[in-house]
Design a protein. Structure first.
Length: 345
């Protein structure tokens, strides 16, 4: 509890830690799906696996029990050494998470996942039941059996399984279905994110009023089905942490002056470059093959980015509380107090 209070105060003051607590390593940019909303081919990145040599050098530069996510702009389970990578991180005391599309390339994959020591597997899935309307998102009727096999085959307390959905315009019923599906098969958490239109401006998403209304209904469905709903703009975690997040979220990081992602997170590309975000492959703060993570995290270039991130990120609002309308669309009036999710029990 003391540690939580300290972290909350640091976040409110935007007093960043000496090192990032979360490190995402881009082990591959190759994928076995082609989702219309995916931007990996718009980023100018090479679609290739990370080499084992680069991977071990990167992980060896960590060593402070960081939470590691082994996911880039691709499907991590198609990397030929993904399970060696999981083991390498676990042997060095890290918590390991992976985000997958669930479209496994070989029959043994479920067994391999269950026998590994990976801590959390998140499956990206935007709709279920075969009546999908999310045509631009993560949808494939081939993944349900794989997801369910991982959930049912895990040992109690050994593996957390989450579902991750992206909210598209007029597709809220698909989100509600995903929540109910996750609860029914025994997943632990449903995570919801905004749709990014930086490179695909034709993709449509709900405005701020609609988004809040959808959250309130989704939250009610999640609570009635006994599953945790994490939605960064509204509520995350559980228990006392969830209560304080909902109470203070508008004030975190100096009331939106800083992106929530810049506080304790770093992204590492397949070449070892450290960037502030997966969406910024050209914003290289340093390279872990040549320098330490602590030095890169605290250098002048990274600090300048944090103070002036809008110069680089434009109107991106994926990891801020309030929506930032694009230049082409009018700002949406703020919801009235009657719509405030803090007033909903």
């Amino acid at each position: 509890m003391i540690e939580l209070i300290k972290e909350t105060i640091d976040r409110l003051r935007y007093k960043i830690p000496s090192r990032p607590r979360q490190v995402q390593i881009e082990i591959t940019n190759r994928c076995n799906m082609d989702c219309p909303m995916c931007q990996r081919e718009d980023l100018g990145i090479e679609l290739e696996h990370m080499s084992w040599a680069n991977f071990t050098k990167v992980v060896d530069k960590l060593g402070h029990h960081e939470d590691i996510t082994l996911t880039g702009w691709g499907e991590p389970f198609i990397h030929p050494r993904v399970f060696d990578m999981i083991a390498y991180c676990k042997e060095r005391g890290h918590k390991v998470m992976i985000t997958s599309n669930g479209l496994f390339t070989k029959p043994s994959m479920v067994k391999d996942i269950l026998s590994s020591d990976v801590d959390t597997v998140t499956f990206s899935i935007d709709s279920v039941n075969g009546n999908e309307t999310v045509v631009e998102g993560h949808t494939s009727n081939k993944v349900y059996e794989n997801i369910e096999a991982v959930v049912k085959g895990r040992k109690p307390g050994a593996l957390s399984v989450r579902l991750q959905a992206t909210l598209h315009q007029n597709c809220e019923n698909d989100l509600y279905d995903v929540i109910q599906y996750g609860a029914r098969i025994g997943c632990d958490i449903i995570n919801v994110g905004r749709l990014d239109r930086q490179f695909r401006p034709n993709l449509e998403r709900p405005d701020s009023r609609q988004e809040l209304s959808i959250f309130l209904k989704a939250d009610a469905i999640a609570r009635s089905n006994g599953i945790q709903l994490d939605w960064l703009q509204y509520s995350v975690s559980s228990g006392i942490t969830r209560f304080f997040y909902r109470l203070l979220k508008k004030k975190l990081h100096r009331s939106g002056q800083y992106c929530l992602k810049t506080f304790d997170y770093a992204y590492v590309t397949r070449e070892g470059n450290v960037t502030p975000c997966c969406l910024l492959p050209n914003s290289k703060m340093g390279n872990l093959l040549d320098d330490s993570l602590g030095n890169i995290w605290q250098n002048g270039k990274f600090n300048h980015f944090r103070e002036n991130y809008r110069d680089t990120c434009g109107n991106c609002d994926l990891w801020v509380i309030d929506q930032v309308p694009s230049k082409a669309e009018p700002s949406t009036p703020k919801p009235t107090s009657l719509q405030n999710p803090l007033l909903v029990k």
